[in-house]
Design a protein. Sequence first.
Lengths: 266, 73
Amino acid sequence: MEITIIHKQSDAIHFLVEGVDVAFANALRRTMLTRLPAMAIDEVIVIENTSVMYDEMLAHRLGLIPLITKLDDYNLPQECDCEGKGCSLCQCTLTLEKEAGDQETVVYSRDLSSQDPKVVPASGEIPIVKLAPHQRLIVEAYARLGTGAENAKFQPVATVAYKYVPVVSVDKTKCDRCGACVEACPKKILKLDGDKVSTQNTLDCSMCEACVQECESGAITIDSKKDSFLFKVESSGALPPDEIVERAADILKERVREALEFAGSL
Amino acid sequence: MIIPVRCFTCGKVVADKYEQFKREVRQGEDPAVVLDRLGLHRYCCRRMLLSHVDVIDSFMAFATSESPGAKQS
Ligand SMILES: [Zn+2]
Ligand SMILES: [Zn+2]
């Protein structure tokens, strides 16, 4: 198995995995989605809420805010010594207090103050609710680790997707250089290069085969490389994208080991 | 009511981009260009901002600063 990083940003990573089958690629994808823990607000105590928004809706919005997660600092509640009751090793308290003066005020996620300075909203610019003059909001929230299998708010990723590696080939003997395929391609992969049609940025190809349909002489073939996958992992902000991939691979390895051990004990 | 925190379909956080989107579109910029700049490339996330109406502003016209419980006592 070989991994090549194509492109890395603060919130997304793009990489190529070679020498694996679909089952593995999908297992990795699903581990990132449903098995990798992240912090999110799970319990909210509304002490005062005179805003126009219902308490339930407010709690729901708080739950969806991605919190920066330090996986080594917290336990999953079900694996914690407190047996899920909630202690400082598996829970983090956040409080929010805001009152509007004579003006309308927007409550943002940055107004949440956390007990742990490391566990803070990944983005401070998320509007939670709007307060009309003199309305008040006092809230206490408990964040914990959880997995996407339990609730999607715990997912550390927005999208994780993989696709086959496209192979675009133009048969020079059949091509009549009409240029119809160049027009048809929505990703601008084909271009007229002097007297021949050449390809560029083939990794962007979505394999729509619009060019194949346009080509009357049948010179273009779109194929996919076997055993190679292009991954795109987009983080919600809870964890850096490279850590998501690394941790997910560790979890997958551990689960496979457990399964093998069980199979061996039969 | 108010801009949803995340995209319904893919789960990307969209709420933090709404104010900038609204401001720039009001200044006459093309919504498509603003969405591209904000990094919302999938149409699921783009429709979240494009189709949103902030109904909370209408609700706030009827706002009181007392909680329903406080009124009864
Ligand atoms: Zn605990
Ligand atoms: Zn989306």
